[in-house]
Design a protein around this ligand. Structure first.
Ligand SMILES: C[S@@+](CC[C@H](N)C(=O)[O-])C[C@H]1O[C@@H](n2cnc3c(N)ncnc32)[C@H](O)[C@@H]1O
Length: 356
C-alpha cells in the first residue's frame, strides 16, 4: 500500500542491521506498524511479533498480515453462497463480481454522489466507489449475520483496503485528491488474495504505542518507526480509516473539503513539535526489552542529538550505534518526506541500542 513512511524498501537494510547485532528471534514489538511491512518481515524472519498502531486500518492490516498464520475458515460462507472450489479464492471472486451498490463512499468520496460532487471529491470513480460500497456492505452483513468470523472478516477487509488504495485518485495520501483521473483510478477495483505467513504467537493490537509497550512483559526487540513530522496519519488516511471502521453504527459526521472524520483521539504526540521528545523518552523508558532499533528520518521533529541522548541514557554502555544506508539517488526518485537527499545521495538511518 502507498503509505507515508512505508519501510518495504528498507527491509534488507533492517535485516542486515539486526543480523549484525545478533538479534535473531524472540518476541518483537512493532508499535507503529502502519502497513505491517516490517512487522510481517519480522514474522518471516522468525520473530513472534506484536504489531500495533493507533489507526484502525493499521490494526486490520496487521490482523491479516501478522496475526493470521493460516487461512480462515470460509467454508460455511462459501457453502451459503453456493460457491465451489477452494473457499478463499471463491469468496474473493464472488466479491470481485458483486454488482455495484452506490452507498456511503459513492455519495461522499466520488463525483457520482451529491455531496462528493458538491465538494469536488474525486477520490474514486463512481464505478469504483459503488463497488467498494457493495463489498464493504457484504462484509458487514456477513459478519453481523454470523457467516464470517473475525479472522475471515479482517482478512477480506484488509484486501479491500489495499484494493481501494490501488484505485484511489491520490498521490499516496488522502489529504487531497487529484483533480483529473489518474491511470490507476481508472483500473478496475480487484481484491487480491493476501499472502499468509506461517508463524507462532503473532498478534495485532490497536491503540497507543506507549500503552502497548508498557503493558508488555519483558521481550526481545522493540522496533520503532514513529511518525517524524507534523502530518497526522488520522487526517492523511481518513478514507482507509473509514473503510476499516465502517459506517454502519449511525450517522458519521464528515467535515472539511476532504470529508474528514472525528479524529481528536488519534492525533499523535509524535507529530507534535512540543510533545514528541517527551513521547520518545517515555516510550524508551517504559520498554522492558533487550534491543531497541529505531527508524527515524534525519529531518524529523526529534533532533538526532536527542535520540542519541535518550538511547544512551536508557541503553547499556557501549552499545549505541547509528547505522546509515546511503545510496545514489535514481533519476526516478522524487523528493519525499521519508528520505533525505544531499545532492544525488539519499541517507536512511537506524538508531540502535541494547538494554540490560
Ligand atoms: C512511519 S509510519 C510506520 C510505517 C510502517 N513501518 C510501514 O512500513 O508501513 C508511523 C505509524 O505510526 C502510527 N502512529 C502514530 N502515532 C501513534 C501512536 N501514538 N501510537 C501508535 N501508533 C501511532 C501511524 O498511524 C503510522 O501508521
Amino acid at each position: 500500500m502507498r503509505y507515508l513512511g512505508n519501510k518495504t524498501r528498507l527491509l534488507g537494510f533492517i535485516r542486515r542491521v539486526l543480523r549484525a547485532r545478533g538479534i535473531t528471534g524472540g518476541r518483537a514489538i512493532d508499535p507503529f506498524s502502519g502497513t505491517a511491512s516490517v512487522a510481517s518481515a519480522l514474522k518471516r524472519w522468525g520473530f513472534a511479533v506484536t504489531a500495533g498502531d493507533i489507526m484502525e486500518y493499521g490494526y486490520i492490516l496487521a490482523r491479516a498480515r501478522v496475526a493470521l498464520s493460516q487461512p480462515p475458515d470460509l467454508q460455511p460462507l462459501a457453502a451459503r453462497l453456493g460457491l465451489r472450489g477452494a473457499a478463499l479464492p471463491a469468496v474473493l471472486h464472488h466479491l470481485n463480481r458483486l454488482p455495484p451498490s452506490p452507498g456511503f463512499i459513492h455519495e461522499h468520496y466520488s463525483p457520482g454522489g451529491e455531496e462528493g460532487a458538491r465538494a469536488g471529491r474525486m477520490y474514486f470513480t463512481p464505478a469504483s466507489a459503488a463497488r467498494i460500497d457493495a463489498i464493504r456492505g457484504a462484509l458487514h452483513e456477513w459478519r453481523a449475520g454470523g457467516l464470517l468470523d473475525a479472522d475471515g472478516h479482517d482478512l477480506l477487509l484488509a484486501a479491500l483496503i489495499e484494493a481501494a488504495d490501488r484505485v484511489a485518485n491520490t498521490t499516496g495520501v488522502y489529504a487531497a485528491c487529484v483533480k483529473s483521473w489518474q491511470p490507476n483510478a481508472l483500473r478496475p477495483l480487484a481484491l487480491r488474495a493476501p499472502g499468509l505467513l506461517a508463524g507462532n504467537g503473532c498478534e495485532a493490537r490497536r491503540g497507543d504505542a506507549l500503552q502497548l509497550v508498557s503493558d508488555t512483559p519483558p521481550f526481545k526487540l522493540l522496533y520503532l518507526d514513529p511518525p517524524y513530522n507534523s502530518r497526522q496519519y488520522a487526517g492523511y488516511y481518513h478514507i482507509p480509516e473509514l473503510l476499516a471502521l465502517g459506517w454502519f453504527d449511525g450517522p458519521v459526521a464528515l467535515r472539511g473539503k476532504t470529508g474528514l472524520i472525528a479524529d481528536a483521539h488519534k492525533r499523535s504526540a509524535w507529530s507534535s513539535r512540543r510533545r514528541c521528545e517527551q513521547a520518545l523518552e517515555a516510550l524508551v523508558a517504559s520498554a522492558r526489552c533487550r534491543h531497541i532499533v529505531m527508524s527515524y528520518n534525519a529531518e524529523g521533529l526529534i533532533p538526532e542529538a536527542t535520540i542519541e541522548r535518550v538511547l544512551r541514557t536508557y541503553g547499556r554502555d557501549g552499545t549505541y550505534r547509528r547505522y546509515r544506508r546511503g545510496y545514489r539517488r535514481y533519476r526516478s526518485d522524487a523528493d519525499s518526506d521519508t528520505r533525505r537527499y544531499r545532492g544525488d545521495r539519499v541517507d536512511e538511518y537506524l538508531y540502535c541500542v541494547d538494554r540490560s
